[in-house]
Unconditional design. Structure first.
Length: 201
């Protein structure tokens, strides 16, 4: 079993230990005896209440989606509510120094070099709405009440392209810091997949 599979399995076990009725009281979501439904980055997901597995349509959700959804279910506050105040990834960390988004995600971000227009279109396909703030700048909902702000500047001969993620100040009430990276990775992967499908690049 891979490390990713082990983490998902741990998340499922932790979900099954939750009082699901109490969970649904503090975080009202569509549900029945077998499933809980939630929309994640515009896609409808369901959680199997008996084994903790997360599904998107007829397929099991990928690592980033499954871990984010399961982590969100375990938050003690309930339904996310945005404050309207934005912070950087580094500001969200409780550690003395957080890893830089540029270095951790640059391999994925570099795919978008020279593709600012295509990236903007891809973010729009995820439900992102345009705001001022960069060569490409859109906000989108991870789940209802949990916005993320994606900014992108294309590179040139001297500097590589750069992508910045901003989060609502309340984010640490609802997700662990590590899970925020899974969300950012999923945004990058979904945008890359969209561009490859639409433009064959």
């Amino acid at each position: 079993m891979s490390n990713a599979d082990q983490l998902v399995a741990l998340g499922q076990r932790m979900f099954l230990e939750l009082d699901q009725e109490a969970l649904l009281c503090r975080y009202p979501l569509e549900h029945d005896d077998d499933h809980i439904w939630i929309t994640f980055l515009g896609r409808h997901c369901r959680i199997n209440r008996h084994d903790g597995s997360v599904w998107v349509g007829s397929r099991r959700a990928g690592f980033c989606v499954a871990l984010t959804v399961l982590d969100l279910m375990g938050n003690p506050v309930g339904k996310p509510v945005a404050t309207g105040s934005w912070i950087t990834v580094q500001e969200a960390s409780q550690a003395a120094s957080a890893p830089r988004t540029d270095s951790v995600l640059q391999r994925g971000v570099s795919f978008f070099a020279g593709k600012a227009a295509e990236l903007d279109e891809a973010l729009a396909s995820l439900g992102g709405w345009e705001v001022a703030g960069g060569e490409v700048s859109r906000q989108l909902e991870v789940v209802e009440g949990m916005p993320i702000w994606v900014q992108f500047w294309d590179g040139d001969d001297e500097f590589p392209c750069r992508m910045t993620f901003l989060w609502d100040r309340s984010i640490r009430l609802f997700l662990h810091f590590e899970t925020m990276w899974y969300v950012m990775m999923e945004v990058i992967d979904r945008c890359r997949d969209y561009i490859v499908q639409e433009y064959g690049e």
